[in-house]
Design a protein around this ligand. Sequence first.
Ligand SMILES: [Zn+2]
Length: 197
Amino acid sequence: MLYKRLNALYTENEVIAEEFPFSEYFPLLQQFISNEVELGAEYLSPYRFALSFSKPPKAAIRFFLGLTDSEEILRQYYKYQCDECDAINIIKDEKALVNFKCKRCGFEDYLETSDYLSEVKLMFKIEDKLLEAVNDNLKINPLSSINTISSAVTDERGDLENVNFNTAEELIIKDGKMISKVSFERSKRIRKYRNLL
Ligand SMILES: [Zn+2]
């Protein structure tokens, strides 16, 4: 399933195809997803990807942003920890991010206050059907030895493994080329909402 979906993305997106050759990155991504799902992950960290395959972290982040160009591989979410009650909020779209309201305590925060955006992290969630397929495959063919850097993959992952909003923003465009139209549109929406405040 991953092969087909990645192939479709690569056909559409010339920038990712050029910077991250399919023949190299498909096997890496396939192995990485299997390893991480075996450990119980639903979200993937580009930092772990970089560490696993000795790639520069920024390149890995740019690759992941490129992957979100297809809704069928990775979906990007925002993560923000409430200042009031410390609840971790996973936020789907830019509007909800800009007008933050904590799902636990109802605390409201706005982009214009403090360093809000610098506290926001990006999360990359494996698309549901793809996750299901990987899980099914692991049941039939369990990984014999997990080649992993750490087994500390839970929902309470350290924030070191999550990408800072600002870091990602800087990586969407490189040498005038955007890695993902979806990311670019997200970034534009944020700027628009921000200007409205
Ligand atoms: Zn709260």
